[in-house]
Design a protein around this ligand. Structure first.
Ligand SMILES: Cc1ncc(COP(=O)(O)O)c(C=O)c1O
Length: 420
């Protein structure tokens, strides 16, 4: 037998010339022919439901909404857990619980997964061969879309917003970018100024025209996956919470649901679902960009698109949690993220749930009577990879480290499992 070392050149040469036999240039998905489905979504090659295409039936209390989705892809690891969140010094008799939508997956995780279950089913039904979406340079939505699209054998084109000085430079591999680039998403950068001037819809349209002229079949997903179809993701989450609380030993009835708001789709689904179902919890949104008025109007459009016949201002309360600006943090906010992790084990992201929880707890301290005796469900919407963008700013909040002291008298002998 040759030594492992002698195999190395052969492996390197083979790897260099290796072609994935199953990789196809263009998607040949047809909703009518299962044999033409891509690898991952072909029911014959997945076990246990993950990545399966399913017929969708809306909850009875939402069945009057229109249009109703026909299909979903099972992309999330659902239901996500709900557990008590033991943060100290809450107002009297306030019970704080947390729904762990950050655990809806790994690289494909967070709140966007729920929206993508509907959006990508629509893309496949429309015979798309690629998707386009838009977001900030560390967009969790873009990362989740890139991964989900790859699973379903769709190419993914991302338009990412960055600063004027960085728009011509390699965006690097920090956080979400690493995953996006690993799964082969096409990254196109625009400056914040171009984004503000042209707008996300027009930018996506420009890219769509280019891809159409190349013979591609692009499907556009709006910023954050927040359109009326994507709203179904969190209408479904309300059904999930209802089922979880009904079957729990505690038989808990939540009074309030608290969540971050960045493009509006999550709060639209939660607020509408909570109003229509038996849950009837009050939904509190903490907006991390734009302002509450913008989101009242935007979510109204999402609900009108479902012919819901409700006023957003009647079903959701939106408070500003933007602070210094979108994706910008004060050192106090980052210290809060660190303290929550150190006391409860919950790692919040700095851009969304971190700011929402920070502002919620400030509000609890300022207006305790508003929250006293209430059962509050905070939804952790994920975004862990966004923390990697903050490592420099967070360094000073970290605990001490030291080289392990090993007495000179302890013999340095070869042991087993040396790892080098
Ligand atoms: C981690 C995370 N949490 C919350 C949100 C906000 O959700 P929505 O865009 O539906 O308002 C986003 C995206 O914007 C997100 O990436």
């Amino acid at each position: 037998m040759s030594s492992p070392l002698s195999l190395r050149p052969a492996i390197t040469a083979a790897a260099a010339s290796y072609k994935f036999p199953l990789l196809r240039k263009k998607n040949t998905i047809s909703s009518s022919s299962s044999s033409a489905l891509p690898m991952a979504s072909n029911p014959a090659v997945q076990i246990g439901g993950f990545l399966a295409k399913k017929n969708y039936e809306a909850p009875p209390w939402a069945s009057h909404l229109s249009p109703l989705p026909k299909h979903t892809y099972s992309l999330g690891h659902l239901p996500t857990p709900i557990h008590k969140w033991n943060i100290p010094n809450l107002p009297e008799n306030t019970e704080l619980w947390i729904k762990r939508d950050d655990l809806s997956g790994m690289q494909l995780s967070g709140n966007k997964v729920r929206k993508l279950e509907f959006l990508l089913a629509d893309a496949v039904a429309q015979d798309a061969d690629c998707v386009i979406t838009v977001g900030g340079i560390q967009s969790n939505h873009c990362r989740a879309t890139a991964v989900a699209a790859r699973y379903l054998n769709l190419d993914c084109y991302l338009i990412l917003r960055t600063s004027k000085v960085l728009v011509d430079k390699d965006p690097g591999l920090t956080g979400n970018l690493l995953v996006e680039r690993l799964v082969g998403a096409h990254v196109e950068l625009v400056s914040k100024e171009e984004y503000a001037k042209i707008g996300s819809e027009a930018l996506a349209e420009l890219l769509k025209e280019r891809l159409l002229s190349q013979g591609r079949k692009p499907y556009v997903i709006p910023v954050g996956g927040s359109n009326s179809l994507g709203t179904w993701g969190y209408i479904e989450a309300i059904r999930e919470i209802g089922q979880q609380t009904k079957t729990s030993n505690d038989e808990i009835q939540f009074d309030d649901i608290v969540v971050a708001c960045g493009s509006g789709g999550t709060i639209a689904g939660l607020a509408l679902g909570s109003k229509l179902s038996n849950l009837k919890a009050k939904v509190h949104a903490f907006s991390v960009c734009d302002d509450p008025d913008y989101f009242y109007n935007y979510t109204q459009g999402l609900l009108d698109g479902l012919q819901a016949g409700v006023e957003t201002r009647d079903i959701v309360n939106i408070q500003d949690a933007k602070g210094l600006g979108y994706a910008m943090n004060t050192s106090e906010e980052l210290q809060f993220v660190k303290d929550i992790a150190a006391t409860t084990g919950i790692v919040l992201d700095p851009v969304y749930s971190g700011k929402a929880a920070y502002t919620m707890l400030k509000d609890m301290a300022k207006n305790p009577t508003k929250w006293e005796g209430r059962k509050v469900l905070f939804i952790h919407t994920g975004g862990l990879l966004g923390l990697y963008d903050k490592v420099d700013q967070m360094a000073s909040t970290m605990g001490k480290w030291q080289k392990m002291e090993i007495a000179e008298t302890i013999p340095r002998e070869d042991g087993t499992g040396k790892m080098f």
